[in-house]
Unconditional design. Structure first.
Length: 255
């Protein structure tokens, strides 16, 4: 799909050390699956989009990218030509990434979803995302309720992120805030935070109650060990980074 975009810079303040500001680079080398940019010491798993400039101030999104290698001088990105924003009304474009195209890293990083065991953890984690657009966990809770997913997996989180344009997940467990890229599901940074671990909500802090599975679904219907569950959720992606194709659907917009 062709995506039309007006380029602008969003200045969002974050407390931790990792630079989550939008970053712009020019493609210096590319083939069908990978491209290179002169960007030193990036975090593995950072994601973004690739733009092609076709007239005046008009750009088209032609792919998504993920940092897979980085050195003190340059970085290598994996290219994904899936639609970053589903839009059936726009014509398709089969153009591949070429030298001179523009890479926008940290795209949508200003949109954050915090997953916490309780309100205190949520509040403490929120302090690390000053002026970011933090989606309320009830939106994710409502999504899980209507899709009958009481124990959300990586695909559930990533499908939600695509539907709601979330760029970062902030998973709170083991007294730490784990900053996770919503597209690659890679951990970008870990920050120590303080909160009371005694109160734990299932599957996370949300006002949405009675999230139930399908009648014929015999899998676990409850997150019994919160810290262990979300540690495994993240580490599973870290340990087995195989490509995956997702089936997307149109999700309601939340005002």
């Amino acid at each position: 799909m062709v995506k039309f975009l007006v380029i602008f810079t969003i200045f969002v303040n974050f407390v931790f050390g990792f630079d989550m500001q939008t970053q712009k680079f020019v493609v210096s080398g590319s083939d069908e699956k990978f491209c290179d940019i002169y960007a030193p010491s990036l975090n593995i798993g950072q994601s973004g989009i690739v733009l092609h400039h076709y007239s005046n101030e008009n750009y088209v999104i032609i792919g998504q990218v993920e940092v897979i290698e980085s050195s003190p001088t340059s970085s290598k990105l994996k290219i994904n030509y899936e639609d970053i924003i589903k839009q059936d009304a726009l014509p398709s474009m089969k153009r591949k990434v070429q030298n001179g195209d523009i890479v926008i890293l940290n795209h949508l990083y200003s949109n954050v979803l915090i997953v916490s065991p309780n309100f205190e953890g949520y509040k403490q984690a929120s302090k690390n995302f000053e002026h970011a657009n933090i989606l309320h966990p009830d939106i994710m809770g409502a999504y899980l309720k209507i899709t009958n997913k009481p124990t959300p997996n990586q695909q559930d989180f990533q499908e939600f992120a695509k539907a709601q344009n979330v760029g970062i997940f902030g998973f709170v467990f083991d007294k730490k805030l784990h900053i996770v890229d919503a597209r690659s599901f890679k951990t970008l940074e870990i920050v120590a935070i303080e909160y009371d671990k005694k109160e734990v909500s299932d599957p996370f802090y949300t006002n949405i109650e009675d999230i139930k599975s399908m009648i014929y679904d015999f899998k676990s219907t409850k997150v019994t060990n919160y810290d262990e569950y979300y540690a495994k959720l993240i580490n599973k992606k870290e340990e087995n980074d195989s490509s995956r194709t997702f089936e997307f659907f149109k999700f309601f917009s939340w005002n």
